[in-house]
Design a protein around this ligand. Structure first.
Ligand code: BEZ
Ligand code: FE
Length: 286
């Protein structure tokens, strides 16, 4: 191995991977080393550029805490998170598309009743969200658990804004026996992903904006079904075709339809005119 060259180095490194190592680990390390070497060769990576990249990763580590994972944000903004989502959803054509979890999910949101309210004293356009949870074969999934979270009118999630209650615009609810669910909320707003770390520096250097289209996050679980983590997006959002984290799918872009009916609004305890969103989720059996 004294004589490694640009042409033989990759193979020399690959040969160091033990054949006794876990087979999947061997496969992943072989791909990683091969692609890293090919990348350096293809781009003629200089020593200074390599050192800059190492410093960038060091800063990414420094910015990372349990509650703020800058590596995940990098993965999101580079499209890797969505790529992994798509790979793991292969063959899932009849189930609802998945979308990124994001960093703002908090476990243990308070329970509200099916049909309950998230608006409380938030300002924003009142919105009724309703639909059904079914299996990929169309049969209703009884009593699924929906965990819902979204941002406030100022664009912030409760865990980024000291002005909001800890559980503002977050709730868990159980869908009915026939799969139906509904809740009232406000229309979410577009917002920027955190820009005060290396991911923000990278976006700026790439000439990219940090905006995500407005969305409501859902984590849906039910006995006998795979958990579904996804988002729905108002289809008229100005960033719907320019999501900084590539989370939008056609099937997740939905119409937030205006309704001007005092009577309907009164029935749901909200103000007219309001918006309605109908969305049916399809879960994949385990
Ligand atoms: C979010 O939707 O909450 C989110 C997703 C990825 C990166 C930043 C935020
Ligand atoms: Fe979000």
């Amino acid at each position: 191995m004294r004589n490694v060259t640009e042409d033989t180095l990759t193979q020399a490194v690959l040969e160091t991977i033990s054949k006794d190592a876990d087979p999947r680990f061997q496969e992943i390390m072989t791909g990683l080393v091969s692609h890293l070497h090919a990348f350096a060769l293809e781009t003629n990576l200089s020593k200074e550029e390599w050192l800059d990249a190492i410093e960038f990763l060091y800063q990414t580590g420094k910015k990372t805490t349990r509650n703020r994972n800058e590596f995940i944000l990098l993965s999101d903004t580079l499209g890797l998170s969505s790529m992994v989502d798509m790979i793991s959803s292969r063959g899932n054509d009849d189930a609802t598309d998945v979308s990124v979890l994001g960093p703002f999910y908090i476990e243990g949101a308070p329970f509200i009743k099916n049909g309950g309210d998230l608006i409380a004293d938030n300002t924003g356009q009142h919105t009724l969200v309703k639909g059904r949870i079914s299996s990929t074969d169309g049969s209703p999934v009884p009593n699924a658990l929906l965990d819902v979270w979204q941002n406030a009118e100022n664009g912030k999630y409760s865990n980024e804004d000291p002005e909001q209650d800890d559980n503002n615009l977050r709730a868990r609810l159980n869908a009915a026996e026939d799969g139906s669910y509904s809740f009232t909320t406000i229309r979410p707003t577009p917002y920027t992903v955190p820009e005060d770390g290396p991911a923000g520096v990278m976006l700026e250097a790439m000439g990219r904006h940090p905006w995500r289209p407005a969305h409501i996050h859902f984590k849906i679980s039910a006995d006998g079904f795979q958990d579904l983590i996804t988002e729905i997006y108002p289809d008229d959002d100005e960033y719907i075709d320019a999501d900084a984290v590539f989370g939008v799918r056609d099937s997740l872009a939905v119409s937030f339809k205006p309704v001007a009916s005092e009577e309907d609004a009164a029935q749901y305890g909200i103000k007219s005119p309001f918006l309605t969103v109908e969305y049916d989720f399809r879960l994949r059996p385990v």
